[in-house]
Design a protein around this ligand. Structure first.
Ligand code: ZN
Length: 239
């Protein structure tokens, strides 16, 4: 069963587990360690934590939109999104941690209190996709689990629930297909049916491995544990 087919209550449980997973990694970092680079190029851990805090705030705006019917976009602009992360990264460590805790609690409260009928209300993502409000749960799931790894202090794709790795991989393949990238690439995940990115093109590169390591590779977070047959070895970008 895919993430989207799970009952809402189970999806909310998975996103809360992801939030706790991120919070745990964050609590293990000293204030000084927040100044160090994250695994995302150009971003310190401060940037990453500020981003995760502001992402929750942006998703709160979508929940308000769903509840009220009054359009409140995630961000005014891509500029605004970038600027608040840059500014957020300059806050004191205590303020950055508080930004995370505060917005996580707000988002969870909005999820808990949304009337059942409003979960199907349509809202728009920062990428311009129109989605039901319930999609915010998956959007946040992706953010908290992957960025917990990006903190670079022990988070692992191997710790993710299987249904999260499956959903991530399927999102990435879907994005590559939409952008016309990754033709000739096949993903051979242990225990899963092989997936060819483009079905009408001969396979030139096959990535083999367990679900977590192939997902990690596909997310552009390194190829430890995958075996690659054929040419290349760099995944196409998915975001
Ligand atoms: Zn992100």
């Amino acid at each position: 069963m895919s993430f989207h087919e799970l009952p809402l209550g189970e999806r909310l449980l998975i996103v809360r587990r992801g939030t706790s997973y991120f919070a745990q990694r964050l609590s293990e970092l000293t204030d000084a360690e927040l100044d160090k680079p994250s695994l995302l190029s150009g971003w310190t851990r401060r940037h990453l934590v500020a981003h995760i805090g502001y992402n929750a705030a942006a998703l709160c705006r979508l929940m308000d939109w769903a509840a009220s019917g009054i359009e409140t976009p995630m961000y005014e602009s891509t500029d605004q999104r970038g600027r608040e992360i840059e500014e957020g990264a300059t806050l004191s460590p205590a303020a950055i941690r508080n930004l995370f805790d505060h917005n996580v609690a707000r988002l969870d409260e909005k999820w808990r209190n949304l009337p059942v009928s409003a979960w199907e209300a349509e809202v728009r993502t920062a990428q311009g996709r129109t989605v039901p409000a319930s999609e915010t749960v998956w959007m946040r799931t992706r953010e908290v689990w992957i960025h917990a790894v990006d903190l670079g202090n022990g988070g692992r794709f191997g710790d993710f629930p299987e249904v999260v790795n499956e959903g991530l991989l399927s999102d990435m393949v879907g994005m590559w297909r939409k952008k016309g990238e990754g033709s000739g690439l096949a993903l051979s995940v242990e225990g899963h049916k092989q997936v060819e990115v483009a079905s009408d093109v001969a396979v030139t590169t096959t990535i083999h491995g367990s679900l977590p390591v192939v997902t990690r590779w596909a997310a552009g977070r390194g190829g430890v544990g995958v075996s690659i047959s054929g040419a290349g070895g760099e995944p196409p970008r998915w975001l």
